[in-house]
Design a protein around this ligand. Sequence first.
Ligand SMILES: [Zn+2]
Length: 462
Amino acid sequence: MNLVSFSIKTKGMHNFVRRLWTVFARFGFSEARIKQALYALLEASRAYNAAPTFFIPAVVLRRHPALITEIAASGAEIGIHGYVHNDYRCLSEEEQYQQTRQAISIFHSLALPFQGFRNPYLGWTEEVLHIFAALGFTYESNEAVIHDVINCEKLLPAQRSGYEKSMALFQAIEPTAYTLRPHFEGALLRIPTSIPDDEILFDRLRITDPMEIGRIWCQVMERVYSYGGIYTLNLHPERGVLCKLSLEALLRYARSRPQAVWIASLRDVAQWWKERSKFRIGISAVGSDCWLVEASCAPRATLIARHLTVNYQSPIVANGREEVICEHRCILQAAKCPCIALSQRTPVSVMDFLYEQGYPGVWSSPGEATNYSLDLDMPEGLGTTRAEQLERRNSLVQKIEQLDAPLLYFGCWPEECRAALAISGDIDSVTIQDFFLRILEVASAKVPYVAVNRELNKGKLA
Ligand SMILES: [Zn+2]
């Protein structure tokens, strides 16, 4: 009764009964309704040359191999959403490992390729990041960035309480230039996802007007765009038909931004980020205030110059605050070398972090440091605990982004795009039978769901 007790705890008995009603309304006894919803999402994305990413529990895939293979053949990316639909935070490390392997073996048995994992309930753990890397996943998409687009003051007390419980369950973090970018932890790429998702908006807050949902999603896109990050939209195909108009509004909005938004599957984002991590910028002095730039990167890389003049050959291109450089070998004019100087006592992990973020760095002695745009002395490095690392990485990226000095760096996205948008969805169930089998499957996978409820009530998952 894990799912039942979870739903009653977080949604209340009245909402639980309402949820049961919607299950019968949204799913069918056959695959037809979800198939229609999956194609609705595929077609909406295809109109923008994009493909959605769907995550599915392996046991659900095993019951519907033909449908999911067909969806994959139509261009969608399929990732893993657990062996069963359970919360990894309630499993031992060994159980997390075994269940991930079981899920992989089902994908292998169907010859269905995969690269990413999203945990049910976004319930990631420290251990599972190592497990994903060891088992060869390219990326995971669990870190939930919460966008402040809901006016909690206007919510009914029960809605507000449910909303706050969801935020705690999802371990949500604040949006910043750093948290809205993917980042590596070892070989594993972490691609942030964004909430509120469709489940929160439709079922908890009962916002059912597709245009209102679309307006909220556009508002999130606007904020992500201003940070230059990625908006990973998280929706469930069971609401795919309901969400089609909202999704079209979001895609239209993204396409109409003054600078392009890259609309891509998570697999494409992961491939790009891996490619981008190898890019390097070489800068050498060629005269008074003149610098030869030689970027080693893919042709689609976006090289950005800030607060400096670019001289392709001649004439000199007028400089603005931020300018995309069209050629990856050029001459720049700037009073200082447009990169970041690191003191010798700063650990190499900080230099690696700068490269990963696209900023060029050089080691420098105290006497030379003032010749560079920014002089960084961080002997304490990026910290040890996760909270410390997040805080220091955040403030370092913020400091660089707000730097009022010449700087050359790689933009986050290819082809001069300012931000990215990925359409993702979790196929938790395909039919009504799947929905109810989920309860038995989670129980038989020996998951004490009550544990997460206990923690949730104590507010420990915040
Ligand atoms: Zn799910």
